[in-house]
Ligand binder design. Structure first.
Ligand code: NAD
Length: 335
């Protein structure tokens, strides 16, 4: 199978490229990534010389750059490429519309034109909006995106659906909860807190710290996407969740405890605008239809993750470019 993976230099995409080449050594992967601040070829150094892997630096909105790749023959497109950080979407929504919506439309159009066998859109539970204290998101939950990020992902999902309904393109949409694990850019909660705690810097926690997320170990997400590629029923949406609801303060306290750092490092900062209170996923459909089960529970996954960052401090240093420092100071002030 020949896969075109977009955004394969980012957090989940790079984990997926590793997973796929390990589980299916006969498959070929072309990784298309423009290498924004979040894309890092260091994430792929271990498979750089694999003859079944090729990197192409291109923007998913650039049809002319992508056309030859499709002409050369692709079986499956897996679209991870996105602007993915909610806080950045509040600072500047426009690039989110461009990449997440326009980019997806360009890929869909090329997939249709070149008759590819399957298009998998990697989406998010954030398209469903927020939950109260109870309840779970199912695939039937109405789309009620609240941030410019989630609105752009919801827009892309609807285009994917439209290409299936209108043109008969064989598509799947996956919607997963918050991922954690190796190679996550340190603007996201877990690596940010690990990095700050190690440097004895304050740990900025939004609002009262009680926002709840359902944490999913990235490799379990990759195994779910892999199943959807190979067995997903045409036109179906699959929710993917870890069944690991934790509030932010619980996550931060685990990190402090493991790193032997004091809770006094926690600083409560002004809440994110429109901050969704709780996300939780009902993943019954993917487990019943495709037999997916996560292998990691939160307790072991978070320890594995902390250990990975401790063993990869050099990686952490490399990805924190000057541009990231400027963004951090704008977001949280200098601390
Ligand atoms: P990420 O920000 O770490 O990586 C995104 C990658 O896309 C980067 O390598 C970046 O360079 C690339 N990219 C951005 N714009 C591009 C463009 N115009 N052309 C080509 N490449 C471009 O994101 P992630 O956390 O790995 O998320 C991957 C996907 O999973 C996204 O679509 C995101 O919406 C979705 N998702 C993520 C999470 C999570 O917890 N991280 C949860 C649910 C869904």
């Amino acid at each position: 199978m020949k896969l075109l993976v977009t955004g394969g230099a980012g957090f989940i995409g790079s984990n997926f490229v590793h997973y796929c080449l390990r589980e299916h050594p006969q498959d070929e992967i072309i990784n298309v990534d423009i290498l924004t601040y979040a894309g890092n070829l260091e994430n792929l150094r271990l498979i750089d010389s694999n003859p079944n892997y090729r990197f192409v630096k291109a923007d998913i909105t650039d049809r002319a750059a992508l056309e030859p790749l499709f002409q050369a023959g692709i079986d499956v497109v897996v679209n991870f490429a996105a602007e993915s950080h909610v806080d950045r979407s509040i600072l500047d929504p426009s690039i989110f519309v461009m990449t997440n919506i326009m980019g997806t439309q360009v890929l869909l159009d090329l997939a249709k034109l070149h008759g590819i066998a399957k298009f998998v859109q990697v989406s998010t539970d954030e398209v469903y909006g927020t939950l109260g204290e109870t309840g779970l998101f199912t695939e039937e939950t109405p789309l009620q995106a609240n941030s410019p990020y989630s609105a752009s992902k919801a827009g892309a999902d609807l285009l994917v659906r439209a290409y299936h309904e209108t043109f008969g393109l064989n598509v799947n949409i996956t919607r997963c909860s918050n991922n954690y694990g190796p190679y996550q850019f340190p603007e996201k909660l877990i690596p940010l807190m690990i990095q700050n705690a190690l440097a004895d810097k304050s740990l900025p926690v939004y609002g009262d710290g009680l926002n709840i997320r359902d944490w999913l170990y990235v490799e379990d997400h990759c195994s779910a996407i892999d199943l959807v590629i190979r067995k997903g029923r045409t036109g179906e949406i699959y929710n993917i969740g870890g069944n690991n609801e934790r509030n932010n303060i619980q996550v931060v306290n685990t990190i402090l405890h493991e790193l032997n750092k004091p809770e006094s490092l926690i600083t409560y900062v002004q809440d994110r605008l429109g901050h969704d209170r709780r996300y939780a996923i009902d993943a019954t459909k993917i487990s019943e239809q495709l037999g997916w089960k996560p292998k990691h529970n939160y307790e072991s996954g978070i320890l594995e993750t902390i250990r990975w960052y401790l063993s990869n401090l050099e990686w952490m240093e490399q990805v924190r470019s000057g541009a990231y420092q400027q963004y951090y100071e704008k977001q949280y002030g200098e601390r």
